[in-house]
Design a protein around this ligand. Structure first.
Ligand code: IMP
Ligand code: MG
Length: 188
């Protein structure tokens, strides 16, 4: 894999902008869940950086758990609708206030299936917190309680989001260069 700079069109959201907004979201979530039990669920792997930064902004006691679903595979950019749980939670969510922490909602199909599956387990409440929202490509309507940034319909990477599994470590969100899209996307 080449250096990330070879794929970068522009920085869409800087490290400072990310951290400032995550601070605001943390404060808002802390107010909303004050005095209540809270479980954050992160869908691996894209949401991991967001989760760990968001947690540190929360002033309310909370626990975390992880799940993984199959959506985009290497070399495919279009999610196909149905998802499969490839790693399930270890916590029982019945009767708990659950907040799903996601990196990006694009078509919305992934999160729609996850919400459907989790609802069957009867949580007390079930809400969605996403760092990025790409509304132009939405196919499934998703109620988003907490939204970091609305972004245009461009392929982005960094801060948890990958280019074929690389560059999740970057501290900013970058836009993939147009002349490189074909290399990574067969569906767009
Ligand atoms: P959805 O089912 O179309 O909403 O897909 C959501 C998932 O697709 C996200 O959790 C990401 O893993 C992936 N995804 C969607 N858009 C992008 C992007 O611009 N960059 C990297 N991954 C993306
Ligand atoms: Mg993801």
């Amino acid at each position: 894999m080449n250096d990330y700079s070879e794929y970068l069109e522009e920085i869409l959201i800087s490290e400072d902008q990310l951290q400032e907004r995550i601070g605001e979201l943390g404060a808002q979530i802390s107010r909303d869940y004050e005095g209540q039990d809270l479980l954050l669920i992160c869908i691996l792997r894209g949401g991991v950086l967001f989760l760990t930064d968001l947690m540190r902004e929360l002033t309310v006691p909370h626990s975390i758990d992880f799940m993984a679903v199959s959506s985009y595979g290497v070399g495919a950019r279009q999610s196909k609708g149905q998802v499969r749980i490839t790693l399930d939670l270890t916590t029982s969510i019945g009767g708990r206030n659950v907040l799903l922490v996601e990196d990006i909602i694009d078509s919305g199909n992934t999160i729609a299936s996850v919400l459907e599956l989790l609802r069957l387990r009867r949580p007390k409440s079930l809400k969605v917190c996403t760092l990025l929202d790409k509304p132009e490509r939405r196919e499934s309507e998703i109620p988003i309680e907490y939204r970091g940034f609305e972004i245009p319909n461009k392929f982005v990477f960094g801060y948890g989001l990958d280019l074929d599994e690389y560059f999740r470590n970057l501290r900013f969100i970058g836009v993939l260069r147009k002349d490189k899209v074909a290399e990574f996307a067969d569906a767009h």
